[in-house]
Design a protein around this ligand. Structure first.
Ligand code: MF3
Ligand code: CO
Ligand code: CO
Length: 302
């Protein structure tokens, strides 16, 4: 129902009581409930499921090709071709001018690493592969961090704690909860390990657009306390965790690559989430995650 003091349903911009209320009372017209743009319709949710499922399938496909010795561009090329071969669109390609079909962020790169023909993965690296695709107009977005061979104990702990915090945050969200439960969950896990949560890059609403109107903060904050989670909302959870301080800098040469300011290591996992009547659905599970019930996969590659 439209309340007396709500904006009138007709779009006049006037309060309902100053506009159509009298006319509606005489004619018995019941104005339609105004649509909350943050809440997807049943049809849109079905499309989001399809987009997420394809994105998860792509992640599972690419896992075999992330290993020491390969160039980051060779991974990008496979992502690009697999996406096109299935009739879909790589979302990052030309997104605000981003030049590649995925982001690959190694070691002290926080996010938005550009795949390169002259950048080779090596034993000892931790590397995040972030995949985003458009399936019939709807976006799926997810990332995983890979541990290549023997890495330092600190690097190993960073990736594992990031996975634990991401999983805990995903399990914490649900209808009736405040979005701030994400930061409230991630922050103490990360602080206890002596690491820090990046503040200047966030999760986001997602749907027919890559970045929709919901900003998901992964550190403790007040802003997200104002957002009540309701069934039909879709957004990403994607904490970026630095081994050192949370500060970041953008590469002046390429304008994209985000580095930790102190050049410490950084790790991340990401899923696209739907709030349901009873909890949450992870839209971007990979086929093996669907089978095993595992929701975050740390890839240990030898
Ligand atoms: N996939 C990233 C995210 O999770 C965004 C990449 S945008 C790009 O939001 F332009 F850098 F590709
Ligand atoms: Co995202
Ligand atoms: Co992403």
């Amino acid at each position: 129902m439209v309340g007396r003091n709500d904006l009138c349903w007709c779009g006049s911009g006037k309060k309902y009581k100053r506009c159509h209320i009298t006319q509606d009372q005489t004619t018995g017209f019941i104005p339609p409930k105004p649509r909350n743009p943050l809440i997807k319709t049943a049809e849109e949710i079905e499309q989001m499921r399809r987009a997420g499922a394809f994105n998860g399938q792509l992640m599972e496909y690419i896992r075999d090709y992330v290993k020491p010795g390969v160039s980051t561009e060779s991974i990008n090329k496979r992502v690009h071709e697999y996406t096109l071969d299935h009739g879909h669109i790589p979302a990052t390609l030309n997104y605000h001018g981003f030049p590649k079909s995925c982001c690959i962020s190694r070691n002290s790169v926080v996010c938005h690493g550009i795949p390169r023909i002259d950048e080779f993965l090596a034993e000892g690296d931790i590397v995040n592969v972030d995949l985003t695709t458009i399936v019939d107009g709807f976006f799926g977005d997810q990332s995983e961090t890979f541990i290549l061979g023997q890495v330092s104990p600190a690097a190993m702990q960073l990736v594992e704690v990031t996975a634990i915090a991401t999983e805990a945050a995903i399990k914490a969200v649900g209808p009736g909860k405040r979005l701030s439960i994400v930061g409230d969950t991630v922050d103490p896990i990360i602080k206890a390990a002596g690491f820090s949560v990046v503040r200047s890059y966030t999760g986001h609403g997602i749907g027919r657009q890559f970045h929709e109107n919901i900003t998901v903060l992964h550190h403790k904050n007040r802003e997200n306390h104002e957002i009540l989670l309701e069934p039909g909302m879709t957004f990403t959870i994607e904490p970026m965790i630095n081994a050192g301080s949370f500060g970041v800098v953008t590469d002046k040469n390429d304008g994209w690559t985000v580095w930790t300011r102190d050049k410490s290591l950084s790790a991340q996992f990401e899923h696209t989430i739907l709030i349901t009547e009873t909890g949450r659905e992870i839209l971007t599970l990979t086929p093996s995650q669907r089978k095993s019930g595992q929701i975050i996969t740390v890839n240990y590659i030898r």
